[in-house]
Design a protein around this ligand. Structure first.
Ligand SMILES: Cc1cc2nc3c(=O)[nH]c(=O)nc-3n(C[C@H](O)[C@H](O)[C@H](O)COP(=O)(O)OP(=O)(O)OC[C@H]3O[C@@H](n4cnc5c(N)ncnc54)[C@H](O)[C@@H]3O)c2cc1C
Length: 384
């Protein structure tokens, strides 16, 4: 996002984030604890409901505004990963849900009463090949009975509702491998202990991610979103928003690293002068700035296409790839600029370094993006 867009929103986000300094995030990181206070403050300020239309109690802004919010959160040294999904998971209900489902859920998501920030797609055996998911929902009367397993489902312990992708027709019985999958809205408050077990996974960053075990979990058929068998298409449309928003977090991270590296390089005196006077120190920071600025233009373009209702799959993927690589390069150079101090917890560099590395793998890995660009934009033959 251009740093000049949405100045008032950016300014309020920056002021809000100033109350959550590095020491707050360091303590959470050490304990792998959920940043409840930060998420509550963002919710109360209305920043997580910007994509919800006004008729359902949100502010009805576009993805452009949402990218400005997440970018500023990350530029401030905070992390939106604990709650960014509250912004966009509701898009599946908004775009594909019935009027009754929208009325039932969206106003409560908008005011923060309901946390809809878990999105269950990935499974341990299928990996990125979503068509091979095995979690199966069989219809019994007016219920679905769900059995299977999901992995890396973030914020499941901090969500009241979860959008989950299941198979409703076996893959071998479908004309296309992406047919036969459906989206269910699972009420976690009823499900946990009644067929759903959540197991937290400790990772290299503080991300509240989990493994889910479904054992004959009963979900009302009324919680099916859209049509049975169409779920893969519904999930794909939500993924573009997710990729663009996560790209904006990478832009924020990149700018955080560049701000910190520039400040440190100007202050730190070695051999009787600021280390930033050496081109060997300043060029990598300048290169990081060039890369982050270029990636931000692609994030802008993808968000503008999304907000105009136009196809943006390739741009969303390119934005995520460019931004995640730019933030990682900036992270590495920022660490290098800080010398030994970059490794000290109190500087926040090592934490943000670990955090920004995730985005080359999740929500989609770089190779899969290149494969999309090769086959969709360039018309090269498909490899799978
Ligand atoms: C912290 C964290 C949070 C996450 N949160 C969520 C969440 O909330 N919800 C959710 O559903 N998922 C979530 N994920 C899952 C994430 O989306 C996946 O990890 C990611 O898409 C990669 O899938 P995979 O781990 O199955 O890797 P795999 O598909 O097993 O791939 C492993 C590696 O092989 C490469 N590869 C695979 N196939 C090919 C190919 N044909 N050609 C070239 N290279 C290939 C990949 O690029 C990757 O580098 C999360 C993951 C993490 C780590």
């Amino acid at each position: 996002m251009s740093e000049a867009s949405f100045p008032e929103i950016r300014d309020s986000v920056r002021r809000l984030c100033a109350d959550f300094p590095g020491s707050y995030w360091q303590a959470k990181d050490r304990e792998r604890a959920y940043p409840t206070e930060f998420v509550r403050t963002l919710t109360e300020a209305g920043f997580l409901s910007v994509l919800i239309p006004e008729q359902y109690g949100g502010s009805g802004l576009g993805l452009g505004a949402a990218t400005a919010i997440l970018e500023e959160i990350h530029r401030s040294g905070c992390n939106g990963g604990a709650c960014h999904a509250q912004m966009y998971v509701m898009g599946t209900v908004l775009k594909h849900g019935s009027d009754a489902q929208k009325e039932q859920y969206l106003p409560a998501v908008a005011n923060g009463e309901l946390r809809l920030q878990a999105f269950g797609v990935t499974e341990p055996t299928s990996g990125t090949d979503t068509s091979r998911i095995r979690t199966f929902a069989r219809k019994e009367g007016d219920e679905y009975v769900v059995s299977g397993q999901k992995i890396w489902i973030s914020r499941a312990e901090h969500s009241d509702l979860m959008v989950v992708l299941v198979r409703t027709t076996p893959r071998e019985d479908c004309a296309k491998s992406s047919d036969g999958m459906s989206v269910l809205l699972v009420d976690m408050r009823e499900a946990v202990g009644n067929g759903l077990t959540i197991r937290p996974i400790r990772t290299m960053l503080n991300h509240a991610t989990t493994e889910l075990f479904f054992d004959e979990l009963r979900v009302p058929a009324a919680n099916l979103i859209g049509e049975e068998g169409m779920g893969f298409r519904y999930i794909l449309s939500g993924m573009n928003a997710e990729r663009i928003l996560i790209a904006s977090e990478c832009i924020g991270d990149g700018r955080f690293f560049i701000d910190r590296a520039s400040a440190y390089a100007s202050e730190r005196q070695v051999f009787g002068r600021a280390i930033g006077e050496n081109q060997g120190v300043q060029f990598p920071i300048a290169r990081a700035y060039v890369q982050v600025s270029a990636a931000a233009l692609m994030v802008d373009k993808a968000a503008a296409l999304f907000d105009a209702g136009e196809a943006c799959g390739t741009e969303a993927n390119m934005a995520k790839m460019l931004a995640s690589e730019a933030s990682w390069y900036a992270a590495d150079q920022c660490l290098q600029t800080h010398g030994g101090f970059g490794f000290a917890e109190e500087y926040d560099i090592e934490r943000k370094f670990r955090e920004t590395r995730l985005y080359q793998t999740a929500p989609i890995s770089t190779n899969l993006i290149l494969s999309h660009v090769a086959t969709h934009a360039l018309g090269l033959p498909k490899s799978f």
